[in-house]
Design a protein around this ligand. Structure first.
Ligand SMILES: [Zn+2]
Length: 357
């Protein structure tokens, strides 16, 4: 099937039928849910931990619910229209390369036959902290099939860095990967999921294929390739009911958002989502602000206009819009679009760099 799609695209590109083919390719492209874990079985760190019981329950839910775990590379190929994904495709990512991934997480994912992408911040590994995996261990994991992704060098908040520091960080990271693994990853996860437009541009310019945040939502062909969502899982958000809900989610076909830059210049009086061929029941969408508070939204044919009346708190803030599907083939599943912004020019008490003002 994948070969057929490849062939179709090659024929399209080689002929004058490109406009017709673009429609076929877009329809053939699939959606996926990307999960993000950090630690496993480390109950003293509940904000980043998933318990062993939860993890085993997640794997059971994936195995019994008709899901197919795919690699992140396959998700990106599908977003490019190069391959089709199965209807319930899920990709697994793990951030930071904590030791508990090797000891507790990977053996269970491996036994289930699942692909995993591990996003590594190189400075922590270079430093040899006992909590983190070593380069030898990462090489061994790579040989077992774990894809290594990039997660910066110093794990800093990118919007807080000057352009020079940001480029230095990307350069040090690439050098460390090259030295230790002989290759530089092609996918990048922003530390804390924080990125403004210029950070995304820098990651793109450094040669990466895609950038990942830490906001919720399913991915589809229209998603911003340098700010892709991932569902964060921890002890609180990894509960069985929520897990079963998120793995079944579908994208909302959002083409663009305004304001476009996640580093906000002021409190937005309106946030506009522009959609392409939205679900027929778009009027039933509900959007939530950072405190989980429902936001007033005006629904138009191809757009949503959201009015956050009260001010956002300073720091990372998230917007979530959800809509239950009424289509026969996906009935009961939820369309989910999420977005993370930085409000008040500050994150965790530190000012964003003046390049954003
Ligand atoms: Zn991290």
């Amino acid at each position: 099937m994948a070969d057929m799609k490849h062939l179709l695209i090659r024929i399209c590109l080689a002929t004058a039928l490109f406009s017709t083919c673009t429609v076929s390719v877009t329809q053939a492209a699939s959606s996926a849910v990307i999960l993000m874990y950090h630690r496993f079985g480390e109950s003293d760190q509940p904000l980043t931990n998933t318990t062993v019981v939860q993890l085993e329950d997640h794997i059971t839910a994936l195995q019994n619910g008709g899901y197919t775990v795919v690699s992140l590379a396959d998700v990106l190929a599908a977003l490019d229209g190069e391959i089709s994904l199965p209807p319930r495709a899920v990709a697994i990512t793990v951030d930071d390369a904590y030791r508990s991934f090797l000891m507790t997480g990977w053996p269970r994912f491996k036994a289930a036959g699942y692909s995993v992408t591990l996003f590594v911040a190189t400075k922590s590994v270079n430093a040899g902290y006992s909590d983190f995996l070593t380069w030898d261990e990462l090489r061994a994991l790579q040989q077992e099939g774990v894809e290594i992704g990039a997660h910066s060098h110093g794990h800093g908040h990118y919007p807080l860095l000057s352009t020079t520091s940001l480029e230095q960080d990307l350069g040090q990271m690439a050098a460390a990967f090259d030295r230790a693994l002989g290759t530089v990853p092609r996918v990048f996860a922003y530390p804390y999921g924080e990125a403004g437009l210029s950070d995304m541009a820098a990651v793109r310019a450094a040669g990466f294929q895609a950038g990942f945040g830490q906001h919720s939502g399913a991915v589809g062909p229209l998603a911003n390739r340098f700010y892709l969502p991932r569902f964060a899982l921890n002890e609180q958000y990894g509960a069985a009911d929520r897990f079963r809900l998120v793995i079944g989610t579908l994208p909302l076909p959002v083409k663009s958002i305004s304001p476009a830059d996640p580093v906000l210049q002021s409190h937005p009086s309106t946030i506009t989502l522009n959609l392409v061929s939205p679900p027929q029941n778009l009027k039933d969408v509900t959007c939530f602000g950072p405190a989980g508070d429902p936001l007033q939204a005006s629904v138009y044919t191809n757009s949503l206009s959201i009015n956050p009346i009260s001010s956002f708190p300073t720091g990372r803030v998230r917007l979530n819009c959800t809509l239950q599907s009424v289509d026969r083939s996906t009935q009961g599943r939820w369309h989910w679009f999420g977005w993370q912004m930085i409000s008040g020019f500050e994150s965790e008490g530190v000012a964003v760099h003046p390049r954003y003002r």
